[in-house]
Every structure is written in C-alpha cells, then in structure tokens.
Design a protein. Sequence first.
Length: 130
Amino acid sequence: MIPGLRRPRKAKTFETLVVEALDSLPPDIQEKLENVEVVVEWRPSPAQLRRLGLGPGRTLYGLYEGIPHTRRTSGYNMVLPDKITIFRQPIEAHSHSDEQVRQIVRRTVLHELAHHFGISDERLRQLGAY
C-alpha cells in the first residue's frame, strides 16, 4: 500500500458507525424519530448535487430529504418516509484516521437529524454546529 493512502473501510463497518451514532441518541430523541429512514450511499448523485446548487469540488457528507417536523400538519399522513443519506466516499476521502471517520459520521448524522426536526443550516451556524 502507498504510504498516506487510506484503504476504504468495508461497507458494513461504515454502516455500523451510522448505527452507533443513532443508538447514541438520548431515548427521548429516539422516540421522536418518526417516519424517517437513514441510509448509506457511496456518494451523492449528480442530480442531488445539481438540486442543491453544488458545483464541482464541493463536498456533501449527508442529505436530508423530507418534511421536517416543524412543517408537518394534521394532514401529514400516508406519506413516504423522510430520507437521510450518509455519503461514505466523501467522508472517507476527507478523513485521515478511523477515529476521524467516526467523528464525521456522527456529526453528519446529527446534522441531518437536526434538519429532520426543522433546524435550518442558518440556525445550526448560530448554534456553532458548523
């Protein structure tokens, strides 16, 4: 192996980090996770990047797609689950150690869950979450 080049981790190991991040949530938060699916994909599609207005060279670790809790009304029913996608390739490419991968996965899961609960990127910046 070339020095400094990280070997990609196994997909199951990466998925385990996502599960660990979800399992570490306080029980009262876990109970409020309604109609949301968390998945791991290799990297964002060109269509996802275009939809977000992200050009070449921009990095996306995760993506929330759905209707946040703060926008759900009494008419919210019979809808497909919200989707949180964690992108493995960008996280691994920007990490220098297994511990850094773990930290970025956890931060990304929490960030996308914040969107699920209706917290905007602007508010996350105000809270110092960036």
